[in-house]
Design a protein around this ligand. Structure first.
Ligand SMILES: [Mg+2]
Length: 405
């Protein structure tokens, strides 16, 4: 029996980048944390929590996880959407954290226990030119990774998603009061990308899991062509080939290629992906614990996916905080159809502000054995890094028109 919630507050901190964290406290002194970070729109979720959700949480029984979720989801009336669902996600993670701490168990034990010893992670390798990209992939393998997402520059373009011209670490969000404007030309990308990924495959041999992200930019025909041309590269997956709104596009893509497809990082609920799953139009579902309703809702999505042999592979760059990253690792250890976890790593300051029991070694992640999610917040340190305005980039085509970033 857990005591009721007596305090709910929002912590906004920027140790390298902005994170929004919900902190719940119970009468018997337990503390639970949840992640509510929406990259580039952080303060909207902070307000949604502070002004509309936190007053409702005081007095509730945090042990009633599912009822709390339903209260906030069905009780919103104006429900779904990235801001609402990130707020619900944060509450859900925080009450799972409290339940684990009350039980003295890591959350993966509450989810049914481990179904694997550790979970496979993939990271990013990017460079503008191919020789540097091959060096970066090699460096990631030396770090222990057995799965790498490779992105390169495109001749004729100044800027490309997933790549910095002069650095081998890519961080899309930039601090400032307006987004950076990137350029884009799909034809140039399609002429170049297959040769790059085929060269990476030839360089690394058959065993490394190789991934690539097209970032929502192709028409159905272009996506089908790219998938077909990438078959010799034997990708683990091709990600976000078409904009998330046009799900019928995947039917055409599927008719033309056996390259596995991964989609879902911008989805908020099971309703965004149920058709993709039940019609088997994707192979991997990429919903994240911070954005799609927390552990409670991800479990439902992953259970539906399991029926259709679609595997779970949550979004996990540095814009999900170490809190929801930890939640994802607990899910990974306890979910049978969990395939792989994206892991970009964090700024060293983020590791200090969010001390955590989850760990990476030899290409794999483990949530650790600390009770709850196993991620705490050093609030004194967090207070030293106040929010800084930051945005994800936008993109324009070469004639100046806005396009999908
Ligand atoms: Mg992605």
């Amino acid at each position: 029996m857990t005591d009721r919630i007596i305090g709910a507050e929002v912590i906004v901190t920027s140790p390298g980048r902005n994170y929004v964290t919900l902190k719940l406290q119970t009468a018997d002194g337990l503390v639970g944390y949840g992640d509510a970070t929406v990259n580039g729109r952080e303060l909207a979720v902070a307000s949604y929590l502070r002004d509309h959700i936190n007053p409702l949480l005081v007095g509730i029984d945090p042990a009633q996880i599912e009822d709390t979720w339903q209260y906030l989801y069905r009780g919103a009336y104006w429900r779904r959407g990235p801001i609402t669902m990130a707020a619900i996600s944060a509450v859900d993670l925080a009450v799972w954290d409290i339940k684990g701490k009350a039980a003295g168990m890591p959350v993966y034990q509450l989810l049914g226990g481990a179904v694997r010893d550790r979970i496979l992670a993939y990271t990013h390798a990017s460079a503008w030119e191919l020789p540097e990209l091959l060096d970066t992939v090699d460096a990631r393998r030396q770090d222990g990774f057995r799965a790498v997402r490779a992105q390169s520059g495109v001749p004729g373009l100044e800027t490309v998603y997933g790549v910095h011209r002069d650095a081998h670490d890519y961080e899309p969000a930039s601090r400032g009061t307006a987004p950076v404007v990137e350029s884009w030309d799909t034809d140039a990308y399609l002429r170049h990308a297959p040769s790059v990924l085929t060269a990476v495959r030839e360089h690394v041999g058959p065993e490394l899991a190789l991934l690539h992200d097209a970032h929502h930019r192709l028409t159905p025909q272009q996506a089908a062509r790219l998938g077909k041309e990438l078959e010799p590269a034997d990708l683990f997956w091709l990600e976000d080939v078409t904009p998330a709104e046009n799900q019928d596009a995947l039917r055409l893509v599927r008719q033309h290629t056996t390259t596995p497809l991964a989609i879902g990082e911008v989805f908020n609920t099971i309703y965004d992906c149920k058709d993709l799953i039940t019609e088997q139009l994707i192979d991997f579902i990429r919903v994240a614990a911070a954005h799609a309703g927390g552990i409670s809702h991800l479990r439902k999505i992953f259970a539906l996916a399991d029926v259709y042999q679609v595997r779970a592979a949550p979004h996990g760059p540095s814009d999900v905080s170490p809190v929801s990253f930890g939640a994802s690792v607990h899910l990974g250890l306890s979910t049978h159809n969990f395939a792989i976890q994206e892991y970009m790593g964090y700024d060293p300051l983020a590791h200090e502000v969010f001390p955590h029991s989850w760990s990476f070694s030899d290409g794999y992640l483990h949530p650790g054995e600390a009770p709850g999610l196993g991620v705490e917040v050093d609030e004194q340190l967090a207070a030293k890094f106040p929010y800084e305005p930051a945005y994800l980039p936008v993109a324009r085509t070469l004639d100046g028109a806005m396009t999908d970033w």
